[in-house]
Design a binder for this molecule. Structure first.
Ligand code: HEM
Length: 204
């Protein structure tokens, strides 16, 4: 299923970055205009110059799109643990040494109990309140695990994903090749059975 309205909303958010460029930034970016100011390379370099920790942290819709993607398609879909000693979980479940216990972000991200009746829908808006991103507990949104062993690279991962996606979604449109079968393979890392075939076209 395509979500063209999401791509257009994201594009609008990214375009708005260009309007808040300061005088100083315009001056420092001018050097790239010299050769061919209209080439996509030149414009992408200029745009990349607008991306920094502060500007990226205000891209709430982009943050919501990434988080909603990881809710439905967590990079680590299931996370098993070996049991070293007999133990009892807070709900009374008894664990035996030598066994395994697994939490499953793929299923937890789709539970109506957690996400409501539209849990299966891709809806970035669920993460926004008055346009501002609202975090969920890491025990509800478990793509990065929670507690003392939570992913140490979470912020770094968001920064990298936001940087790459901001440039790609500002300059290109992506369309799924008609008839291409999108199928996931559940492994330690969620991967795609047949890859993801897309047509890429340049935005103006
Ligand atoms: C979308 C990207 C990422 C996802 C979904 C993700 C997810 C996770 C998950 C689920 C765990 C827990 C694994 C376990 O049960 O032991 C984990 C641990 C960890 N991640 Fe990530 N990760 C991502 C990117 C990164 C990046 C970019 C870095 C480094 C810059 C990183 C560094 C770590 C480290 C060091 C741990 C081990 C923490 C510990 O056991 O104390 N991760 N990550």
């Amino acid at each position: 299923m395509t979500h063209e309205h999401v791509a257009e909303k994201l594009y609008a958010e990214l375009k708005s970055l260009e309007q808040v460029r300061t005088k100083e930034e315009n001056v420092s970016l001018r050097q790239y205009d010299a050769e061919d100011p209209e080439s996509v390379d030149s414009r992408a370099i200029q745009f990349a110059g607008l991306l920094n920790y502060d500007s990226l942290s205000k891209l709430y819709y982009l943050h919501a799109v990434i988080t909603e993607t990881l809710r439905l398609y967590p990079a680590v879909p299931q996370d098993p643990k070996g049991i070293l000693e007999d133990d009892v979980l807070p709900d009374g479940t008894k664990l035996k040494a030598g066994g395994m216990v697994t939490y499953v972000p793929y299923s937890m991200g789709r539970m109506e109990y957690n996400w409501g009746s539209d849990s299966a829908s891709f809806n970035p808006e669920r993460w926004l309140k008055d346009g501002v991103f609202q975090n969920a507990s890491p025990f509800k949104f478990t793509a990065f695990q929670g507690g003392p062993r939570i992913c140490l690279g979470k912020d770094s991962a968001y920064l990298q994903m936001k940087m790459a996606l901001a440039i790609l979604c500002r300059f290109y449109k992506f369309k799924l090749v008609p008839g291409h079968l999108v199928k996931y393979r559940m492994m330690t890392i969620l991967s795609m059975e047949h890859g993801l075939k897309l047509t890429v076209s340049l935005r103006s």
